[in-house]
Design a protein. Structure first.
Length: 325
């Protein structure tokens, strides 16, 4: 097999042993399609990067056995369960294809839609996200997800229906630009769009979960919302924290200064009392807060000049993966 595949498929999995045999068969069948091959300029080759996110069942053992039969299959096992974001980040680090496609391991995503995603990508997009238009999940998942998608669409102005679909196709450069932490995989289209990439979506088929159960309950809504502010901050202001804190500082200072000026003018020209006026304390408070914001901004600026980003995960071992990458 040539060392650089044109397509990298990344599948994060956490205890999905019942689904994996069928998934691998479906993927390999889908990869044989001529229509898919025709989308690439170079001879078609692919790698299937299976990311074991700390599974404790037979998932990892099954993949290991497959590697002997199918040289395209590669395994990266994380040291423990770090979560889907970390698993995807690990996949992105080891992927070497020009085009990278992610899909879930639980058979809810259809490997045969990979060619539709890639075809859309080749129209000139950098990221194509799946849209589970007909979503086959219980209401406890679809309702929070609807709220999440509507909020994210309104707050970001990005016109997607389904930000958090497991099925996505990326150009290599998008994957290289993503610095994923926490639970940020839900905001990948936002990060990409704000980094200047062309993002779009296409409707994809979505199956009900056949085996096992979902790893994400309704409790994910609020952490998700906080992640939004993190995403906002790191995409817009990480490299210039002073633009954020400086603005807050300026607003606070102008308000505090205005109040102090008002009190001073009252004293000098109209002989009004200075002490015993609650508004004076507000003015003082606002000026102090302004100094605080300014200092935080400055500290932030210093930090951005001295950060080395470390990933959120550690790798236990890799099988059949080029370690030089
Ligand atoms: N997953 C993972 N690590 C986790 C949780 C989930 O790698 O900590 C994988 C999981 O095995 C599946 C995909 O992420 O392949 C999506 O998870 P799930 O199907 O539970 O999410 P849902 O479809 O219910 O939103
Ligand atoms: Mg699922």
């Amino acid at each position: 097999m040539p060392s650089n595949p044109v397509l990298s498929l990344i599948v994060p999995f956490y205890n999905e042993e019942e689904s994996l045999p069928m998934l691998l068969d479906q993927i390999c069948q889908a990869m044989e399609e001529q229509e898919l091959h025709a989308l690439f300029e170079l001879p078609f080759t692919f790698e299937l990067l299976m990311i074991d996110d700390g599974s404790t069942d037979g998932s990892s053992g099954f993949i290991r056995k497959q590697i002997d039969r199918r040289p395209e299959v590669k395994l990266v096992s994380l040291q423990k369960n770090f979560g889907k974001t970390a698993a995807l980040a690990a996949g992105f680090r080891y992927a070497s294809g020009e085009v990278v496609v992610t899909l879930d391991a639980d058979l809810q995503d259809d490997p045969f839609t990979v060619k539709e995603l890639v075809a859309k990508l080749q129209e000139g997009y950098d990221l194509v996200s799946g849209w589970k238009r007909q979503r086959n999940d219980p209401l406890s998942k679809t309702i929070p997800s609807r709220i999440f998608n509507t909020t994210t669409r309104l707050l970001t102005g990005i016109e997607l229906h389904d930000f958090n679909c497991g099925l996505k196709a990326y150009r290599k450069k998008v994957v290289a630009s993503l610095d994923l932490h926490g639970e940020m995989h839900r905001y990948i289209p936002v990060l990409a769009e704000w980094n200047g990439f062309r993002v779009t979506e296409i409707p994809v088929k979505h199956n009900a979960r056949r085996f096992g159960r979902t790893k994400f309950g309704a409790s994910r809504v609020f952490p998700g919302l906080f992640d939004f502010f993190t995403v906002l901050f790191i995409t817009r202001y990480l490299r210039q924290p002073m633009h954020f804190f400086g603005m807050l500082s300026l607003i606070s200072f102008l308000a505090g200064f205005g109040i102090s000026l008002y009190v001073t003018i009252g004293k000098i020209f109209f002989n009004q009392a200075v002490v015993n006026r609650p508004i004076l304390f507000l003015g003082i408070l606002l000026i102090i807060v302004a100094v605080q914001f300014f200092s935080i901004g400055l500290l932030g600026e210093m930090l951005t000049r001295d950060t080395s980003s470390t990933p959120d995960y550690t790798v236990r071992e890799t099988v059949n993966v080029d370690e030089d990458r």
